[in-house]
Design a protein around this ligand. Structure first.
Ligand SMILES: C[S@@+](CC[C@H](N)C(=O)[O-])C[C@H]1O[C@@H](n2cnc3c(N)ncnc32)[C@H](O)[C@@H]1O
Length: 337
């Protein structure tokens, strides 16, 4: 037996949920938003959030030790990263995703072992006939939280995609399954010559329109209500599917890729972006865990590699395909018709 091996990495991973839940509770409470005003001492923070005297000092010092806060003579402050990404009033706020992780995914992941054994979703759709969206969208608060979470998750890849793709060669685009409109807004802001459509289920319309008009883009971005299994997709020079295919089974992925192909003109482009798993399925743990998240969240969804997606695109008729990294764990696959 190798006496030089250490259990440290195993224990750190096994107790990862301690740090994770501490951060998620801080986001839920709005700690990083409150600290945008400047440093605050412990008694003021404890009073502001109604924390018990037993918890407050350990909670804030744990956030310091986890690298999420700094502590100085005047009290606790945000780090440069938490100021940029976890203050609710920052344009770069990604906490919507963490708010959803806290409210929904954290409890649902408690049933991972059951999902591993049964292959059945462990979320609001558990035991019912509806898919994730049917189960979530009947409740306006869950709908809003989910769509905002999508914006938090898509902001980084959307900003990268606005730069990485040759948009100057095209004039129209459709974001298929656009959610709140995080991606269309970033692309339209960066390229004033483009007009775009957000395609999604009818319940999403008002939330999309409100977000787009808040960004002053109502004249160039419009909403098209539809169901991508029941309806044809609207035509445009470029179609985008961001984190759509991973929600669905192999057969449904194929159906959606075929519909995208049919909606494009010759020379048109389909952009699929996801947290693609590396082709060797060894290194992108986030992509692999996202696929387990689809096990928890959907009836047949799974994540895939860039090579898988290029192969599927070729099968439905795309002539050229390429994979490019976008931001963090996200990459895109581009298919040209
Ligand atoms: C995982 S979210 C991805 C949102 C966004 N593209 C992003 O990257 O942030 C999936 C989106 O697909 C939409 N969707 C689900 N089923 C749909 C259907 N049958 N027809 C149209 N849109 C659908 C959902 O409403 C949701 O906005």
């Amino acid at each position: 037996m190798d006496q030089n091996v250490s259990p440290d990495a195993i224990l750190q991973l096994g107790f990862g949920f301690w740090g994770s839940k501490t951060l998620l509770s801080a986001v839920e409470l709005g700690v990083f938003t409150a600290l945008a005003e400047g440093p605050k001492p412990l008694p003021q923070l404890a009073a502001e959030f109604g924390l018990h005297p037993r918890s407050a000092v350990d909670f804030f010092d744990a956030l310091v030790a986890l690298g999420m806060l700094e502590r100085g003579d005047e009290g606790y402050t945000n780090t440069p990263a938490t100021a940029a990404f976890l203050d609710r009033n920052s344009p770069r706020y990604v906490g919507g995703l963490l708010e959803m992780a806290n409210a929904r995914l954290y409890p649902h992941w408690g049933n991972l072992t059951e999902a591993l054994k049964t292959g059945e979703p462990q979320n609001e759709a558990k035991g019912g006939d509806e898919d994730l969206f049917g189960a979530l969208y009947g409740d306006p608060e869950r709908l809003r939280q989910f769509l905002q979470a999508m914006t938090g998750a898509s902001l980084g890849p959307a900003m990268a995609l606005a730069q990485a793709f040759p948009w100057k060669d095209y004039s129209t685009f459709v974001d298929v399954g656009c959610a709140q409109g995080g991606l269309p807004v970033q692309v339209a802001k960066a390229h004033p010559h483009l007009t775009g459509v957000g395609f999604d289920l009818p319940a999403v319309g008002p939330i999309f329109e409100q977000y787009v008009s808040r960004h002053g883009l109502g004249d160039r971005l419009t909403f098209h209500a539809g169901d991508f299994f029941a309806d044809d997709l609207p035509s445009a020079d470029v179609l985008v599917m961001g984190r759509i295919l991973h929600d669905w089974s192999f057969e449904q992925k194929f159906e959606l890729l075929g519909k995208a192909y049919d909606a494009l003109p010759d020379g048109g482009a389909l952009i699929v972006y996801e947290s693609l798993i590396d082709d060797d399925r060894r290194t992108n743990a986030f992509g692999l865990l996202m696929s387990l998240n689809m096990l928890i969240e959907t009836k047949g969804g799974f994540d895939f590699t860039g090579k898988d997606c290029c192969g599927w695109m070729t099968l439905v008729g795309f002539t050229e395909t390429r994979v490019e990294h976008l931001a963090g764990p996200n990459s895109m696959v581009v298919g040209i018709k």
